[in-house]
Structure formats: C-alpha cells, structure tokens
Ligand binder design. Sequence first.
Ligand code: ADP
Length: 542
Amino acid sequence: MNSRDFLSFTKDLLKKKTKNSLSLKLILAIGVLLLIGSGFFWYMIIIRGEQEFIKYSLSFYEGYSEMIEKSLEKHMLYNDRSSINETLKKVSTVVDIAFVNIYSHPNGVVRFSSNKRFIDSTATTSSSACFACHGKRKKLIEKASWFVEKKSASRFMIFTRPILNRPACFNAVCHYHNKNKRLLGVLEARYSLARLDNKMKQQKLFTLVSGVIFTLFFCIILCIVLWRIVIGPLYILADALQRVSKGDLDFQININRKDEIGMLARAFNSMTRELKTSRERLENWAKELEREVEKKTEEIRRGQEQLVHTEKLASLGRMAAGVAHELNSPLTGIVTFAHLMLKRLPPENKMDREDLEVIIEQAERCSKIIKGLLGFSRALPSEKTDVNVNDVISHTIGIVRNQAKFHNVKINTSLSPDLPDIRGDASQLEQVFMNLLINAADAMNDRGSINISTRLIREDDADHIEIEFTDTGPGIPEEYMDRLFEPFFTTKPPGKGTGLGLSVSHGIIKKHGGNIRVKSTPGKGTSFFIRLPVPENRDLKE
Ligand code: ADP
C-alpha cells in the first residue's frame, strides 16, 4: 500500500465508511485484544520488577541493619553513650535512612536515636518497633524482622532487631542487667523507599509509554497488512462491481494471487466476460429483430400502397370501361360516315376534303385513346398461349423499325437463346414492348440507342424471364419515379401523351403474374425490367 492509498483509506475510515468499515472493526477488535494482552503482560512485568526491587532492597537494608547492630554492640557493652550517639549520627548520614532508634524494654523509651527529636520518647506496643512481637503473635521473636509501612505518600521499610540479654551483657562490669531478663531492648532502623518508589514510578511510566507506542505501531502495521491483503482488494472488487452495474463490461480486475481474493477476482473477470458475450448476443438479436421489423414494415407499407393503387385502378378501370364503351359506337359512326362523305366529294373540292380528313384523323385519335382506356380497364379479351418472349420482341422491333420515328434510333438486342416459353397473350405483350420502345424514343427525341436483353433468372424459388429495355435518354427525375405507373400521368405535351401507356403495361404484366420495375439515373438513361414467370413443367428450347 502506498502513502496515497493509506491516506485515502484513513480518510474513508474517518468519513462515511467509519461506522460499518470491516477494516475498522477488525483493527478495533485486534487492537483491543492487543491492549488487554499487552497490558496484562506489562502489568506482570511491573509487578515482578517491583518484587525484585523490594527483594534487592531487603537484602541490602538487612545487611546494613546488621552492620549497624554490630558496630553498636561493643559500645553498648561498655555503655559508651557518646560512641553510640556518634555512630548513630554517622549512620544517619547514609542515604535512605530515615532514622535508627534503640528502645529499652519493657518501658519502650527511646534511649538512643540518630534523630535527637526521638530521644526519651516512648513507644507503645502498637508502635512499629514493638509490633513484631506485640502484634498478632504476642510472642518474642528472637530474630530480626521487617515490614513495609506506608505513611501518607511515602513508604518505609522497617527493620527491627531484638537486643537479647546475653552472658556478655549480664556479666558486664559497667552496668548491670538481670540475668533472667530475656530482652533488653529493640533496635529499629527505618529506611525510606522514596528513591525506590521514584524509580518504580519512572519504570512504570516508561513501560506504559513503550506499551502504548508498541500497540500503536502494531496497529499501524496491522492496518497496512490488512489493507494490502484484504481491504484493498475488497475495495477494488467493490469498485469493479459498481462499474459493471453501470454497464462497463470491459473492466477486468488485475489481481494475480492464488488465495481466496485471487479466486474471487478470477470469478469476477470470467463473470464480466460472460456478461459481455451475452449482452453482445442480445444486442445482435435486437438489431436482427429491428432489421426484420423494418423489412416487414416496408413490405406492409408497399402492400398497402399496392392495395390502394389496385383499388384506384379498379374503380378507374370500371369508369374508363363504361366511358369507352359508350363513346366507341358513335366514334365508329363518325369515322365510317366521314369516309363515305370523303368518297362522295369530288377531288377538286380540296377544302372540304381536307376538313373531312382532319375529322377522320381526330376521330381515329379518339378511338386510339378509347382502345387505351379499354386496355387499361382490361376490358379487351386476352388469349393465353405458349409464347416465346424473344419472338414477340423481334416481331415488335420489326414493326417499329419501319416507322420514321425510329430511323435515327439504334436498337441493340442481346436475347438469351435458351428461353423457355411462357403462358401469355402475345399481342398484349407486344403492346407493352411497343409502349416501352415509343417512350424511350420520345425521351431521346428520336435519336439514340435502345438495348433490349432477355435472360432466365431464379426468383422466389421459381424460374422467371427477365426482359430489360435500357435507353440512353435523359432519365427520369426522382420526384416522378413513384407516379410513373399511375394512369394519366404524363410529362409529354398535351395531345402527345395520354399517360396510359405504363399503367396499361403494368396491368398487362400483372395479369401475366409478373412485375415491372424501373431504374433511372438522371442524365444517363432509363432501364425497365419486366419479369414473367415460367410455368413449372415447361419444355426448354434446345
Ligand atoms: P405517355 O407516354 O402517354 O406520357 P406513359 O404512361 O407511357 O404515358 O409514360 C408516362 C411518363 O413516363 C412519360 O410521360 C414520361 O415522362 C415518362 N417515361 C416513360 N418512359 C420513359 C423513358 N424511357 N425515359 C424517360 N421518361 C419516360
């Protein structure tokens, strides 16, 4: 863990994540356990140290007390008071000695003391000097004894040594002691433990401070280790999960460890890979579905348009058939009688003859329109036979070639020789081809070239013959493309076009079970494609 990670980790601990942080809980639990454990450990060390100090002081003070007793013994035997006082005075200069008293027994009066203040004062049986024998035991203790006494804030170690009546005492010439007396007095040496206590206090403080520093240091090391091994990777995992939940499925965790965290990271990585694959699959499905829906919608739209168009054509066809039927008879009468009148008129009556010829011409034009209307309404009878499309095309070309309109138009053909026959009406198909040729020539202003080709193709698992008429005319503007097959749509000047040619052609091709399409590039030319179905059990032309 680097210092930045550790800082952010600490910030996290101090901020929102403090309460529920796993790391904090772990560190607190381990820290508390550590504090209790180390506290107990340090406490034991302190207690043991204190005991050792007391033991050491005891042996030291005991030896010192014995030495005092020994140095006073001779002076006491000779009752040399000044030497006793001199010795006690010297003794009192030693550090730690509070005072040394010599009590007489049994009255408890202080005979000698290192502190003049105590001389001639009297001790009671509960006093520290008398306590060893007059305490609980109520029995003379012939050996030295000691105890620790606490007075206000200070502690003292008190040694009492009984001064027993020995032969040297009761036989001494200098002063007299009754032989039967067991105890002559008591020597009390009182040592201050202030220096020791001070040292102990320092030791305790040092132990406490080093204990706290050790615990803190241990906790920090623990934090670092925990962060590197557990918490850090958990944060990375949590962050990665958040990214995945936001849709970032490319994110991979880079933890290459063999422990449980490594296992978790590997499981996470394979999970995101799986999720990504599934999402891509779903997206592909969705796109496929979208495309399918678009295709179907387009088909439905086209179907609807076709339906509307068919409906329109049907009602228009019915009306056109009625009108054509009604007009056909009077027109036939006009043309017939105009011809009769023309025959009767003398050749020199040029003016009337010319007028009659105009009447006949216009009447024939009307009759042509009516024929077109009848064709559009499909009122004309159709006879279906086995038809060879190439033959029909060749026959149509043969008719138009002789017309002045096509003198400057080059007609190229590329007819597939192996075309099967289709079932159809040859004269109606001829009408369609003728119409396409005339339209092409009109568009090219009667000069240019028209390429006609035929081929056998497979469409919707069935054989079809495709016929293509391509001219080198100016093409059809984009805005007209949708209206080309509408009845009465024409861009030709009044009197020249009826706007029925393509709609009649469309009707005839439909009636043959085929379709007619147009492709045009403005400025380059136009191509019409007609597809006619081939009957299933046909004989192929050799
Ligand atoms: P008409 O020939 O009486 O105008 P059509 O239905 O045959 O009626 O043709 C409709 C219109 O289609 C024409 O007026 C013309 O604008 C356009 N058209 C047809 N064929 C071509 C072509 N080969 N090149 C350019 N425009 C064409």
